[in-house]
Write a protein that binds this ligand. Structure first.
Ligand code: AMP
Length: 300
């Protein structure tokens, strides 16, 4: 089995109180793939422009990520410019230049079609739906979104939710999507549109996993140094879906463990800019931090 991800592959210019990076490797599919590659085989579908540095593709390949679905089109790569204030809670978007992304028509290579798990990373919900229509339904379909699409394509997003098993989004997005300030009610409202499980990420306060009649709280790791939160959400999703794919099951306990793996992976991502921390990550570090997470909230 393998995981198929369709999403943005980007150049990110990011400023945090701890420094800045210009045109660093980013994008929802990038962070997801890198994280999920520690758990299962990953097939990536996305698009870049002719300016995309070949060493960034090499970095993805070095993790065994299949990039045959990464198309190069004439023009410039999707470019996101954002910054964070001291609390690092919420990104402030300065500009979103879709560039080649505006003409993106996801092509799914034949070799990818048997992927058992699909992650529709943060892109236009109409494109997310288009991908779903064109492939045989995988065992699990998960998706993400963001304020940009909730504002511009809310109806398409709600339609998509009718075909999705799990949605992973942050607290602000859940409130914006449902118009419901209370997160428990927001999760219930989202489940009514389709998903059986809803994961609401709360940044440094961890994540909530909602099922039909259960709720699980995954803590966030109390890190002393957070350098750049960009990509934490997609990295969480990579650990979450990655664990489900590796486990090959979807019962509630497996879901709860997946939420912890999501938090583990996100906790590494934020320790440096772009993929700089993830690049040096080892399986041992992941296992060690997973055990730390369990210890964090156990009483005896
Ligand atoms: P997050 O995991 O939520 O921090 O996602 C960060 C990534 O989302 C960045 O690397 C951006 O390149 C990417 N991104 C920002 N805006 C958009 C958008 N409108 N559509 C797709 N990807 C985006």
């Amino acid at each position: 089995m393998s995981i198929l991800v369709v999403g943005s592959v980007a150049l990110d210019s990011v400023e945090t109180p701890f420094g800045k990076r210009e045109r660093a490797l980013g994008g929802s599919a990038t962070f997801f793939s890198f994280s999920a590659s520690f758990f299962d085989r990953v097939n990536l579908v996305g698009v870049v422009g002719e300016d995309f540095p070949p060493e960034y593709v090499e970095l993805l390949r070095s993790r065994g990520i299949d990039t045959r679905g990464l198309a190069t089109l004439p023009g410039e790569t999707f470019h996101w410019v954002g910054s964070y204030r001291y609390d690092m809670g919420q990104a402030v978007t300065h500009s979103t230049c879709l560039n080649v992304f505006e003409r993106f028509q996801p092509e799914i290579p034949a070799e990818y079609r048997e992927s058992g798990h699909l992650f529709l990373a943060n892109i236009d919900p109409e494109l997310q739906m288009d991908v779903l229509r064109r492939i045989e339904r995988p065992r699990l379909v998960a998706c993400d979104t963001m304020n940009f699409w909730i504002e511009g394509k809310r109806d398409a997003l709600i339609e998509l939710l009718g075909s999705v098993d799990v949605i992973i989004l942050n607290d602000a997005e859940a409130r914006q999507l449902t118009g419901q300030p209370n997160l428990v009610r927001a999760a219930k409202a989202i489940m009514e549109w389709g998903p059986e499980e809803v994961v609401i990420k709360k940044g440094e306060h961890g994540a909530l996993l909602f099922g039909a009649d259960s709720i699980f709280v995954a803590p966030a790791y109390p890190l002393e140094h957070i350098i750049d939160p960009t990509g934490a959400g997609d990295t969480f999703a990579g650990g979450f879906v990655g664990h489900l794919a590796r486990a090959g099951k979807r019962d509630w306990k497996t879901m709860c463990r997946a939420a912890i793996y999501g938090s583990v992976m996100a906790s590494f991502c934020v320790e440096d800019f772009s993929l700089d921390r993830m690049k040096t990550l080892t399986e041992e570090e992941i296992s060690f931090r997973y055990r730390e997470f369990i210890r964090l909230s156990r009483i005896d």
